[in-house]
Design a protein around this ligand. Structure first.
Ligand SMILES: CC(C)(COP(=O)(O)OP(=O)(O)OC[C@H]1O[C@@H](n2cnc3c(N)ncnc32)[C@H](O)[C@@H]1OP(=O)(O)O)[C@@H](O)C(=O)NCCC(=O)NCCS
Length: 181
């Protein structure tokens, strides 16, 4: 399996993957989201990685730019959304490799913090922990019952506990429907 930066020629295959992985109700919404995010200048810098197995695209991950309201300009942040692996290739470590590779690239670009709204049983294995209780609010309020799904990872460990405020995301992601979890 190869993990590589996605290109424009992958767009159709990425859309098919999101639709299949997220299922018939959520899939089409996520597909539109990804297409719009890849086109959104306010989502830059972004990292879009594809997992490929013998010319087949089996996974995709996207990280887009974020900011923290009131934080110094030099603090750089990113949001992981979405991550998808083809159902028949899940639990084979593809998601893990996509997350790990993405975080490695973000660290190389000196990104300080990474956020995700996702399964609280999955992301802590990469070092993510609940963000709200650390004073880092999501772009839109997360329902209390899902509070643990909003997580942060400090790639720059020196900043842990020192940055607080509301996270601002790209224009495309800044819609309440993407923050209901
Ligand atoms: C979540 C997802 C990306 C994981 O990808 P993957 O390639 O199967 O993940 P990995 O092989 O790296 O890891 C498998 C582990 O993740 C766990 N996992 C998978 N989905 C999970 C979920 N929804 N909640 C908690 N853990 C989950 C598995 O139980 C397995 O755990 P184990 O290692 O203890 O057995 C994949 O299941 C997927 O695409 N799901 C549908 C789309 C989706 O929900 N994406 C949003 C992610 S927030």
């Amino acid at each position: 399996m190869e993990i590589r930066a996605s290109s424009d020629s992958d767009l159709t295959r990425i859309s098919d993957l999101e639709t299949t992985s997220f299922g018939p109700s959520e899939g089409p919404i996520i597909t539109v989201l990804v297409n719009k995010l890849l086109d959104d200048p306010t989502a830059q810098p972004r990292i879009s990685l594809a997992a490929c197995e013998i010319e087949r695209l089996t996974g995709h991950i996207l990280f887009t730019n974020a900011k923290i309201e009131g934080a110094p300009q030099e603090i750089s942040a990113s949001i992981l959304a979405p991550l998808a692996v083809l159902p028949e290739r899940q639990r084979a470590g593809i998601g893990k490799r996509l997350v790990t590779q993405g975080l490695k690239r973000l660290a190389e670009e000196h990104t300080d913090l990474v956020f995700v709204l996702g399964h609280p049983g999955y992301y802590p294995r990469f070092g993510f922990s609940p963000a709200g209780s650390q004073g880092l609010e999501a772009p839109y309020p997360i329902p209390r019952k899902n509070a643990d799904a909003w997580m942060v990872l400090f790639l720059n460990s020196k900043l842990a506990g020192k940055i607080q405020g509301r996270v601002l995301c790209s224009n495309v992601l800044a819609q309440p429907e993407y923050w209901r979890e």
